[in-house]
Structure formats: C-alpha cells, structure tokens
Design a protein around this ligand. Sequence first.
Ligand code: NAD
Length: 512
Amino acid sequence: MTFLENLGMNRLQSDNLYCSVLSHDLRQTGEGSEFSVNSPINGMEVARFRNATPAQLEQVITTATAAFKTFRTVPAPVRGELVRRIGNIAREHKEDLARVITLESGKIMAEALGEVQEWIDVCDFAVGLSRQLHGKTIVSERPGHRMMEQWQPLGPVAVITAFNFPMAVWAWNTMIGLVCGDAMVLKPSEKAPLCALACQAVVEKALDTMPEIPRGIASVIIGDREIGQLIAQDTRFPLVSATGSTLMGRSVAETVGARLGRSLLELGGNNAMIVSETADLDLALRAIVFSAAGTAGQRCTTLRRLITHRSVQDDLVERIKRSYASLAIGDPGTEGNLVGPLIDKHSFDAMQSALDAAKQQGGEILFGGERVTEGVPDGGYYVRPAIVSIRHDAPVVHQETFAPILYVLSFDTLDEAIDIQNEVPQGLSSAIFTESMREAEQFLSAAGSDCGIANVNIGTSGAEIGGAFGGEKETGGGRESGSDAWKAYMRRSTNTINYGGELPLAQGIVFE
Ligand code: NAD
C-alpha cells in the first residue's frame, strides 16, 4: 500500500497496528480493546487499531484546549494560509488520498477522487472566508453610542464522522473550523480510521511549514461510540458536529443537550425525486441512475423514492431497468466499474431484510436486489441495485435503508406528489424533474419540498460545497460547508460602545 507511505503514514505503523491517538506531538497506540479494519472490496484485514481509552481522550482534549488558547488569537487570514497549504498538499496527493477512501469505504475511484476534490474545493472556499468573517454594525437608540457584532472563535470542536464520506465530511467541518480559529478533534467511523490518519498526515505536513501555529489544533482519536459519548458529554467541546445515522444523532443530541452544548447534526435521509408528466425523461434517467445506484446507494443523499406521474411511470421504469442492467459492478479500484461493494455483511443483511419487508408490505421487486458473486472480488458484498414498486405509505418506504433500493411510487397531481415527498420523517434532499415553470416554482415554494436541499432538473446527490448542506426533521437540522454555515463554528458577541460623556439607559429608563 504505497499510497499510505506516500502520505507519510508508514511511520505510524508497526505490525499493521496503527496509532489511535494523534496530534502533531501526540502519537499513541490505543489502550482499549483491539479491532480490525477490513476492506469492503474483499473483506481482507487492512489495519488493526486499539480503541482509545477515556484517559487518552482526556489527553487529546487537554492538548486541543491549550492549542485553542493560542490559535484563537492568530489572525484569521493566517489561519486561512494554513488551510491554503492543506489544500495544496491534498491536491498533490489527490490520488493517494482517493486510494485510501476506496480501500476503506469501497467507493469507486472516480467518486473517491471527487471526494478529495470536495476537500480541495472547501479549502479554497475557507481561504476566501478567512478574510470575510464579517459582523454587522447596528445603529444604537442612544446618543453617542455604537453597536456592532463580532464573530469570535468558539473553542475546541469535536467532529464525529460516518464511514461513507470519511474525508469530505471531516473537511467540511475542519477546514471551516480552522479558519474560524477552533481546535478540531476528529473521531472517525470505526470503519474508516485510515482515512482519518491520512487527513491528519496532510494537516501535519502543512503545520510543519508554519511553526507559528500551535501544533495541537488538529487531532484524531480512534474509538467507538463510547468514546463518542464521552466527547458529547465533555463541556470543553462547545460544539459537537456529528454525522451518521439518526439513531446516533438522537443519542448525541440528548447528551450534548443535557449540558446545554451545541450539536450540529447531519443524519439520515430518505430522498425523493418527483418526475412530472412534462419531464425530460432522458435527463431524468441519467440523474436517477447516478443518484440511486452511485456509491452503491450509500450516500446520505442517495435517491430512495422515485415519485412518478402515472402517465410516464412504465416507460421510465423500463429505461431505468435497461440502464441498471448495463451498470458494471465490481472492484471499485478497477476503472470502468460504476458500482462497488456494500460496506459489510451487516449492510447486506439490512438490504435483504428491507426487500423482504417490502414484499410483505405489498411491494414487487421489479429488478435486482441479489448478491453478485461473479466477476467481483471474493469476500466483498456486491449487490445488483434494486427497483421496487410499492405503496408510498408502506412502512419500509419511510425508513432509510443504507443500500441501493429504489422505491417507485405513483401520483396523479403535483399536490399529491409533494405530500408523498414530505410525508417521511427525514428531510435531507429532494428534486423535481419538470419542464413546467409553475410546477418547479410550486416545488420550491413554502408549500413545496420540506427538505434542506430542493433541486430542479438535477438529482438528489452530488451537492456543491458553495451551498449550505444539511436537512430538516430527523436529518438533524445542521448545515455545513458553504454559504453562512461557518457561523456554527463561532460565537457571536454583541458589543455596545459609548463614546459620549453621558450614560443614557436603553428603553429610556431613568435610574437615579
Ligand atoms: P453510524 O451512526 O453508525 O456512525 C457514525 C459515527 O457515529 C461513527 O463515528 C460512530 O462511531 C459514531 N457513533 C455511533 N453511535 C454513537 C453514539 N451513541 N454516540 C456517539 N457516537 C456514536 O453511521 P454510519 O453507518 O457510519 O453512516 C451511515 C449513516 O450516516 C446514514 O444514516 C447516512 O445517511 C448518514 N450520513 C449522513 C450525512 C449527512 O450529511 N446528512 C452524511 C453522511 C452519512
């Protein structure tokens, strides 16, 4: 695995056991229970780790807290310069980084390269942002007074990530958090810790070139959900940003909420596309296949519900079936393959249970769903993406199954389609395909999609970093990446300055 060595990760390795506690000056093997990381490509062990212990977490938090005290006073454009260098190193190692993603998450190389590009893009965004952390000036009701807002660094921020975007989600949080002046602590998914070490290696290379920046501003702690809960409990993290299942988010939100901390939640989706009778079906088809089958259905924004006008449904489903039949399924490291493996057996079992439930609830499997064993590496869980025709209100349709199952639902009127789109508990991404301006505007209106992302003539997945990313309802309400998502990583201070010689009170109160 020369790509790991190219990233400087060989120095962390002894007998395939990697460090679990890492910041620039801290490099320790975990002292808790041992676990292996197996590649979804073929089930082979690629690394071993030991979970960090609470005492080791304490050390990481102490390091981050001390680093924050200095870092918060480093001018934001200098923090931006650090992020610019991180982005340049990520550019230089784009392919090496993508290979680590493919190895651990099973994503095809084209998508893994896209994920690293997302990291690079958010660096560029963050560098510009480092000169634009603007507050407002506000007129005062009192003579001789001025009011203003300042945005100040928040503190050490914890980032808990999911397996499916092991670098991009960290980058959305960390590149923005760094320019905001926060010390960032990553607890990655147990399924993708090598990606976390690769990210850390890049940050450390950049830190080596800027000795004026405190070393402890970026650290990694490898641990399971117990370490995740200890992070959530710790008052030294004013913000815990957590990406993963709704089950996880509920638990993190309860723990952080109990101490009145802030959580930024990016949780499960159950994304839908409405295809109207006026839609350009060629365009819709391409969007459907990428959104539903890409990343083997393991994106939070994966298209899971296709709500089609009854008049176009048969034609559209036939086209999707033909397109699915030609999708190359196999080793994600081999060029030309478009669908890689599911992350593990648990995920395969969950997909099969959902398909069984769909049949019991009156659904019909129109295509796929089975394990593919020919022409793929042994030991991986490769599946043919499934298409299922079913009632919109079947209980299984309202759950997120993290696998490529596309439920096909029908509608007659747009009002009905929007009701179906909004009736699930999740609210991440949504789309409409239509050539009608009226339909598009209704979908985007206050009475339209209730999701954090609503698109017209574009699929549900593949967001750009310039927008704020996130969703409503059980998706958790968080927003990350572009637009004004940076405000979550800072604290707002409202300042009133009296430059006169009197002390008038607000609201005209007289107190003498
Ligand atoms: P997961 O919930 O199993 O794990 C995510 C992370 O949370 C891991 O680091 C895990 O160790 C940690 N964790 C789990 N339980 C915890 C607890 N009780 N307290 C603290 N930490 C805990 O998710 P996964 O299987 O890795 O990822 C798939 C899920 O993530 C899907 O539901 C997907 O939709 C969601 N996801 C959402 C977004 C988004 O931006 N909305 C992005 C990517 C993935």
